[in-house]
Ligand binder design. Sequence first.
Ligand SMILES: [Zn+2]
Length: 265
Amino acid sequence: MTAPEEEEERRKGIRDFVNARRNTNNTNNKTLCLIVVDVQNDFMLPSGALSVANAEEIIDDVNYLVDIMTAEKDLVIFTQDWHCPKHDSFASEHRGKKPFDVVEIEHDNEENATTTLWPDHCVQNTKGAEFHEKIRVPASAKVIRKGFRKRVDSYSAFVENDKRTETGLGEYIRGVNKGLELSSSSSYSSNNNHNSNGDGTPTRIITDCIVVGVAFDYCVRFTAEDARELFDTVVVLEDLTRAVGLGHSREEARAAMEKKGVRIV
Ligand SMILES: [Zn+2]
């Protein structure tokens, strides 16, 4: 196959996958959710402060996925790691420590928690924190910034690493669901399981979430795990991710996600 043929083959695969997800139940106007995780210069560029190997390879396919889902008015969310200077997750803030060391860290509600220290990265308002210039971020996309509290890192797009502080994304999605329910309920057939709880409370309309981006073994992993709280189905498209790969982080991420019921395809 020629390169253009291979690209078209990949795109057909992405298109078929999204359409299949859209047709998994009998709603007429099913909306999906896409979360694109941390496609920022410090992770994506080979020269980035916390460069994820071969991350730029995913850009074209991520753009394509964003385009087709935006065209269908799906909910498209981009996360952005957004640290204050001197963030506690930076090794440079810990005397005698170096990047990728694992240290104990004190959160208010947790004893003996450990965290990985990183090179300084994605500092607010720096080039490294910007989205990669080839990534298309539609005007309609929701951008959620995380990790800006000095003391707490945030791998997940939903809840920070203290497992308590919410980023606001969950609330946003619940709000979108309520709005969709109100505006489109008449177009849903009566045998649709997602139409009503029977007690008048709003029910979820967006049942499926697709997660892509970097890094597979950290922010993609924890975002996908937490997304299970909100969505019936959460799928990580592994070809549209890349991993940091510290020790067994890739295998651990895969096992943890599968345990939570995240599908990795
Ligand atoms: Zn970070």
